[in-house]
Design a binder for this molecule. Structure first.
Ligand code: NAP
Ligand code: HSE
Length: 439
């Protein structure tokens, strides 16, 4: 039986998980693939660091260049994170003619085009199943399973850390900082966790999914990104009373309604959104991710699983290891290319042009005439209100006023909010959260 020697660059949460998973299921994979997977070297930064997963000292090294250049290493798995050295590692391995597997969505998001071009030039493949949604094989779904479809909608809960935080804040009224610390302890969060809570990790993943679905590379700066850092318990609870759950959503929509985009304009955004409790994504909790993909032939499809953590991510890397090993054995790396550009006029719509519904929470003076002032601003902007709620039982001189707003372009809504914020009866910055209707 042929043996494939693997060089793993990074022996942390994911690297340790992959090492452990190969020990556990290596013989099962060998029987399924007819190929033996063997870890040749594991590169770390600090040889003396205590490791949750024990990797034999004989395998550990700090010299990634030596591992990449080692002729006995057949393929390289980049699990170190970051975008600088990781880029060097991937480019060096591809240049050496070695297939590369990466879980690094930040790297792909920033340098995807360059890395895919380098892989094509070297005649090898770059595999990245673990870069989006942990254990869910969503890359394979878009690249292979749904290849015969135009993807009209994609909605994803793609950051496990944020979903874990939001779920516990809603369920237990837990404190944001304490739950984030728990997510870090469990190995879900990025380093630094700002990448998660400020929405950047979800933006990297949503950009990768949008690129695959629409055939042009979406740059990270094109993805409108808002995180969960400023969400309050108050908004989570008001949303619940209104029949919604707040989720951080990655959204890819072709031709949003109410716009006249050029044919291939797409919305690619990440923001917290009110999801109706009746929608399946509202019940995706804790570290779980889920992605709803709508194809023009298949209709709606849904993918669900653990979105972060050692074992879920290791499972996705194992799937890439199987593909890479089979491609090496069969010389078939061109059969399923890592990324194919097919939409040459594709472009991302600015958020200003995107139309959505809104939840607007104002803190206003508790006196007659306030509502008229607020609705007058909205009316002048031709923005329709679908409902107004002023909860009873408040204390002090101000009251919360919640307005649910009909479809309006973001540009119009932002201008109206700026005017409302200047009204003397409005006592603190308005809070706006988009409402997703999944149409
Ligand atoms: P991690 O626990 O911090 O592990 C990083 C590993 O890389 C460590 O073993 C570290 O060595 C090593 N390393 C970092 N810089 C190095 C350098 N310059 N030279 C040699 N070794 C170096 O990170 P992780 O959570 O496993 O994440 C790894 C990658 O997977 C990231 O791209 C991340 O975004 C991605 N990912 C993570 C998850 C998850 O749930 N954690 C899920 C999907 C994708 P030391 O151990 O000596 O410090
Ligand atoms: N930090 C990421 C998350 C890891 O929480 O989803 C998985 O990509």
């Amino acid at each position: 039986m042929r043996t494939v020697q693997i060089g793993i660059i990074g022996g942390g949460t994911v690297g340790g998980g992959v090492y452990q998973a190969i020990l556990r299921n290596g013989s099962l994979m060998a029987s399924r693939l007819g190929i033996k997977l063997e870890v040749g070297r594991v590169v770390v930064r600090n040889l003396r660091k205590p490791r949750a997963v024990a990797i034999p000292k004989s395998l550990l090294t700090t010299d990634w260049k030596k591992v990449v250049a080692d002729p006995s290493i057949d393929l390289v798995v980049e699990l170190m994170g970051g975008t600088s050295t990781a880029r060097e590692v991937v480019l060096a391995a591809l240049k050496a003619g070695k297939p590369v597997i990466t879980a690094n969505k930040a790297l792909l998001s920033e340098h995807g085009e360059e890395l895919f071009a380098a892989a094509a030039k070297a005649g090898v493949n770059l595999y990245y199943e673990a870069s989006v949604a942990g254990g869910i094989p969503i890359i394979k779904v878009l690249r292979e399973g749904l290849i015969g479809n135009r993807i009209t909608r994609l909605y994803g809960i793609v950051n496990g850390t944020c979903n874990y935080i939001l779920s516990r804040m809603k369920r237990e009224q837990a404190d944001y900082a304490a739950v984030l610390a728990d997510a870090q302890k469990m190995g879900y969060a990025e380093t630094p966790p700002d990448l998660d809570v400020d929405g950047h990790d979800a933006a990297h993943k949503t950009g990768i999914l949008a690129s695959l679905a629409h055939g042009f590379w979406v740059q990270p700066k094109q993805v409108h990104t808002e995180g969960i850092r400023n969400l309050t318990q108050q908004d989570i609870q008001f949303a619940e009373k209104l029949g919604y759950t707040i989720k951080l959503l990655g959204i890819v929509k072709a031709s949003p309604s109410g716009l006249r985009p050029p044919a291939s304009g797409i919305q690619v955004s990440v923001y917290p959104a009110l999801v109706p409790n009746t929608h399946v994504l509202a019940s995706v909790n804790d570290v779980f991710n889920a992605i709803l993909v709508r194809g023009d032939v298949v209709g709606d499809t849904l993918y669900y699983g653990r979105g972060a953590g050692q074992d879920a991510t290791a499972s996705a890397v194992l799937s890439d290891l199987a593909d890479a090993a089979l491609d090496l054995k069969c010389g078939s790396h061109h059969r399923v290319p890592s990324f194919v550009r097919h939409e040459h006029n594709g472009h991302v719509l600015p958020i200003d042009d995107v139309v959505s519904r809104y939840y607007l929470r104002l803190t206003v003076e508790d006196r007659p005439g306030v509502m008229a002032k607020v609705t007058s601003v909205l009316g002048k902007a031709k923005i329709g209100i679908s409902s107004v709620i002023q909860p009873e039982g408040h204390q002090g001189a101000t009251v919360p006023l919640i307005l649910m707003i009909h479809d309006a372009p973001n540009r119009t809504m932002q201008k109206a909010i700026a005017r409302i914020a200047k009204l003397s009866v409005v006592k603190s910055a308005p809070v706006m959260i988009r409402v997703e209707s999944f149409e």
